[in-house]
Design a protein around this ligand. Structure first.
Ligand code: COA
Length: 167
């Protein structure tokens, strides 16, 4: 089995959307292909390709700190920001807890550093805050989030340089 993290391509989207639907099947967080595509910026979205099958993905786009996608509609404008917002990360169920999700995060963070982003942000959903803390993010509990992200959603951020120095 050979795996490879590479930039997302047009042909990947149906598999990425199917993976997303499966990953969030028990929640109200599924967005679908059109919304996901609208939140995918060039150069900051990657897939984990396992012998030609998509086993994971990470999607990120520039967004000013403490702002984030409105899950009720696709993105309408492209933001310019030194902050990169990690909108979504998923790995297929059978391959979780092997370090693949963290590898995708590291890969994205390296790309963020190369592209000059200073910070990264995300909204931890579904009780994943400990996973993100282990990956270098800290919570901003003061940040109020819309209910669409779920009642346990937490806004988190990390400095790209600090992450790179520690790894
Ligand atoms: C979040 C998600 C992407 C993590 O992917 P993953 O591949 O399981 O991530 P990792 O393996 O790097 O880390 C997951 C856990 O496995 C542990 N782990 C990593 N390698 C391991 C190994 N070899 N053996 C046992 N455990 C391991 C990590 O310590 C981590 O523990 P934690 O749950 O206490 O944080 C995955 O759970 C997922 O797709 N969830 C559904 C979508 C989702 O919730 N996305 C995040 C939205 S904020």
């Amino acid at each position: 089995m050979t795996d490879l993290i590479r930039g997302i391509t047009e042909a990947d989207w149906p598999q990425v959307a199917a993976l997303e639907a499966g990953a969030y099947a028990d929640t109200a967080l599924t967005e679908g292909e059109a919304a996901l595509r609208s939140r995918a910026a060039a150069g900051t979205c990657f897939v984990l390709d396992l012998d030609g099958r998509i086993a994971g993905y990470v999607l990120a786009l520039p967004y000013p700190m403490f702002r984030y996608p409105d899950l009720t509609r696709p993105e309408r404008v492209t933001h310019r920001s030194a902050n990169l917002h990690l909108h979504d990360l998923a790995v297929i169920g059978p391959l979780r807890r092997r370090g693949l999700g963290s590898r995708l995060v590291r890969h994205l963070t390296d790309a963020a550093g190369t592209r000059g982003f200073r910070t990264m942000s995300l909204i931890a959903v579904g009780g994943k805050e400990p996973f993100w803390r282990a990956n270098g993010y800290r919570a901003h509990r003061e940040a109020r989030l819309p209910s669409g992200y779920g009642s346990d959603a937490v806004y988190m951020s990390a400095r790209v340089a600090a992450y790179r120095e520690a790894s």
